[in-house]
Structure formats: C-alpha cells, structure tokens
Ligand binder design. Structure first.
Ligand code: GLP
Length: 254
C-alpha cells in the first residue's frame, strides 16, 4: 500500500488527479470507478481544471445509489455524478453508469450492474472515500468482505452524516444499492482519498486495523495495488505516519 500524506485536501486532490490523468494517458485506465461524497471532490475539481486528454473515451461506474431516488432528484447520486463529475470532467454520459435505485426489481438491477462492469472489462481504477464508520461505498460495518452489488440498509450514523445534503434526516433514504466489498476488490487499482480530522479514526482502522467486516474499508489491505492519499488531519491517527512520510520522500531515490 502506498500512503501519501500531503498538507491539505487541495494538495491531495491535485496528487490523486495526477495519478488518474497519468493512467488515462498511458492507457492503463479505460474504466474508472467513481465515488461520491465530499472526499473525492478536490480530485474532481483538479481534473476539471486541467481536463485529462482522452477522458471522453473513458467508461465509469459509480459505487452506489440511494433506493427510491432517480436522476430527476438532485439528491440522487445519478444527479450528483452528472453535475459534479460527468459535466465538469467531460466524460461521455453514455459511458457513465450508476446503479438504478428506481428499479422495480432491485436484486435484478444489482446483478445487471455486476454484468455491466464485467462486460466493460472490469474497473481499472476505483476511486474510494471512507465513511466515518469505516464504510466504503455503502458497505456498512458488518458487510461481508466477499459481498457483491446488492441492496443494503444504511447505518444510522451514515444517514446522519449524509443528512447535510438533504432537507432533514427523515428525507435521507434508509436503503441503498452498493457495489460489494468483493466487487470493489476486483478493481485493478484502488485510489482511496480521505481528508479532515473527522476521518482520522476511520483511516487508522482502514489502513492499520485488523481486516474485518466491522471496518469494511480494511478490506483494501487485501488488495495488491492501493494508493491512499491523505491530508495531515486524516493521517493524524496513523501509527505509521512517519514511516509513510519517509517512504514518500525517498520514493525516487532508488
Ligand atoms: C458516502 C458514500 C461513500 C463515501 C462516504 C464518505 O455516504 N456512499 O461512497 O465514500 O460516504 O463520504 P464523505 O466523503 O462525504 O465523507
């Protein structure tokens, strides 16, 4: 695992955007996995300010969507992905996929989503955030580390955290569709971004805690190609903080 600790969220966004841009340029990133939430916003902003040549040929799969919300609802991840990512980055909307939270048959929609990812050749680079409780996508604590795309019930703390995007807590859906931890682990590369003091505990659990379903993010420790980009605050509870800094500073010295 490569852990890069930078002074601020803006720096983290610039660094992560650089990795994505390089991947698109060298042809290793044709299919990107999108994460919503506020963590990756600095990455998307950095990518929007200096668009990656060839990005309009890239396919994208979002991690998750609320059950009951569709593209017409501004709170849906369909709408967020369109507004924050597809437009500003210049992605081709026809190549961008988000789980269908309005599907009549949700389990069937989940299966189809898995098939669509496989048909596209799998995800080359998955962008990830981590929730305060250690969730990735909407895989809440207790999620099987082998889980696939499915319907989940959101944790009370997740609904509270996400209430800031809605009119009230009652408006936050109780259920969501999410790629499973097992689905996420099949991406060829993982790029996890976390910033801010509120994420420090979840970051420590994800990077250094025991691997287990109570911290679904910890499953990234099982993946062979992970880059974690943090700001100082998010990295503040890492035992190996100084080591990561040392590795990063000496990365090009071999
Ligand atoms: C959200 C999303 C996740 C995201 C996480 C952290 O609810 N479903 O994909 O990574 O929770 O969100 P934020 O970055 O806003 O803290």
């Amino acid at each position: 695992m490569r852990v890069v600790i930078l002074p601020s969220a803006v720096d983290a966004g610039l660094y992560a955007a650089g990795l994505i841009r390089e991947g698109i340029a060298d042809g290793s990133v044709d299919v990107v996995g999108l994460s919503t939430g506020s963590s990756p916003l600095p990455v998307y902003r950095a990518l929007a300010s200096e668009p990656a040549p060839g990005i309009n040929a890239v396919s994208a799969f979002a991690l998750d969507e609320y059950v009951g919300l569709g593209p017409a609802d501004p709170h849906s991840y369909h709408a967020v992905v369109a507004q924050e990512i597809v437009g500003p980055l210049g992605l081709d909307p026809a190549r961008v996929h988000v789980p269908d939270g309005l599907a009549e048959n949700l389990p069937q929609a989940c299966l189809q989503y898995e098939k669509a990812i496989a048909t596209a050749g799998g995800v080359d680079l998955q962008i990830l955030g981590v929730g305060r409780n250690g969730h990735v996508g909407f895989n809440e604590p207790g999620s099987s580390l082998a889980s696939r795309t499915r319907v989940v019930t959101l944790a009370a703390s997740t609904r509270q955290d996400n209430a800031r995007f809605f009119k009230s807590l009652d408006d936050v859906p109780v259920h969501a569709l999410t790629q499973g931890v097992g689905t996420i682990l099949e991406a060829r590369r993982l790029l996890l971004i976390a910033t801010g003091r509120t994420k420090a505990k979840a970051v420590a659990g994800t990077l250094e805690g025991p691997v287990g379903s109570m911290c679904p993010g910890s499953a990234v420790q099982l993946h062979p190609d992970v880059t974690v980009v943090l700001d100082e605050d998010a990295a503040s509870e890492l035992t190996l903080h100084d080591y990561h800094r040392f590795v990063f500073e000496n990365a090009s010295r071999r």
